[in-house]
Design a protein around this ligand. Structure first.
Ligand SMILES: Cc1cc2nc3c(=O)[nH]c(=O)nc-3n(C[C@H](O)[C@H](O)[C@H](O)COP(=O)(O)OP(=O)(O)OC[C@H]3O[C@@H](n4cnc5c(N)ncnc54)[C@H](O)[C@@H]3O)c2cc1C
Length: 292
């Protein structure tokens, strides 16, 4: 496994990085933590002539509250996201998902931006961001634009970034009153293992009824999938095990898994059913707790 030849660039400002990317075009690739990009280069699936490091760009780092939203810089590591008191307050489900990524080394080196831009179907943080209603700030030579986390993913390893754009930040709105959320994933072992199936769920519960439901599935479709039928089965229903079990069955039916060495289609559907039920029960408990 050889990396191949490439030129390494280490710009010191965001405008410099964007200008480099615009000048070098399709032969260039951004490098964040490298935990996805370097193995892909070794496997020969990526062959960039230029790597543009995002390491020295303070504009892409840090977690802060701005204009009534939580802003997480794309270069923030999973460990920082998982441990951040701000993320735990605004979107605990995102902290939970970031804390489940790989090992301590991967969480220290890998970034939340890289998790999105790699667009691998089993990535942990995107489903949590989707149920949190997050949007993504994309920056390019023409300026900034925002897109919903939900519509950023176009297929396995394909995202909505234009060739000269960078993902700058993940923006999370405040959680609705009376809401609770949870992330459940299944890997083949307790140690470092990517998700075979994963479910993020957020419920708004009021007077024992589900006012709003969001369910996003990971690793069981080409992109993080909103489980529309499960959400419809939940909305307006009683927040109890019976409603959740019905919704879990809908989620299992509407996911679009593949068979591979980690699991068959049938096995993944059953995982989705079980994980959805667990995530809904946990989300409902937290929603109740948020009103206490
Ligand atoms: C042993 C191992 C275990 C892993 N376990 C998990 C796991 O359990 N869960 C999980 O979700 N992932 C896992 N991963 C995958 C990987 O660690 C994560 O996806 C990580 O978040 C990638 O981030 P990075 O900073 O390393 O990205 P990089 O590898 O640097 O980049 C990934 C891709 O995104 C692009 N990119 C990165 N940042 C930006 C940006 N800001 N703007 C535009 N493009 C950008 C790069 O050009 C590249 O194409 C694992 C990887 C390894 C090696």
């Amino acid at each position: 496994m050889q990396l191949g030849d490439f030129t390494y660039h280490r710009p010191k400002s965001l405008p410099e990085a964007l200008a480099l990317s615009a000048r070098l075009g399709a032969g260039a690739m951004y490098l964040a933590g490298g935990t996805e990009a370097i193995p892909e280069m070794k496997r020969g699936r990526e062959r960039p002539e230029h790597l543009i490091s995002l390491r020295d760009l303070p504009e892409l780092r840090g977690i802060r509250e701005t204009d009534g939203r939580l802003e997480i810089g794309a270069m923030t590591s999973h460990g920082e996201v998982a441990d951040s008191p701000l993320v735990r307050r605004w979107a605990p489900v995102l902290a939970e998902a970031a804390g489940s990524v790989g090992s301590a080394q991967i969480r220290r080196q890998g970034t939340i931006g890289g998790n999105f831009c790699g667009a691998v179907p089993c990535a942990d943080t995107p489903p949590a961001a989707v149920v949190s209603g997050a949007t993504l700030r994309l920056l390019g030579p023409k300026g900034a634009r925002e897109t919903a986390a939900e519509t950023f993913f176009l297929g396995p390893r394909q995202n909505a970034l234009e060739i000269d754009e960078v993902l700058a930040a993940i923006l999370v709105p405040p959680p609705p009153a009376g809401s609770g959320a949870a992330y459940e994933r299944f890997g083949l072992r307790k140690g470092m293992a990517v998700a075979v199936a994963a479910v993020a769920a957020r419920l708004v519960v009021d007077g024992g009824a589900v006012r709003e439901a969001r369910v996003a599935l990971g690793a069981v479709a080409p992109v993080p999938l909103r489980a529309a039928r499960a959400e419809a089965a939940l909305t307006g229903g009683v927040a109890d095990g019976e409603t959740f079990a019905r919704a879990a069955t809908e989620a299992a039916a509407e996911c679009r898994p593949i068979s591979d060495i980690r699991g068959s289609i049938g096995y993944r559907r059953e995982l989705v059913r079980v994980l959805t039920l667990r995530a809904l029960l946990a989300a409902a408990r937290r929603a109740e707790g948020s009103r206490a």
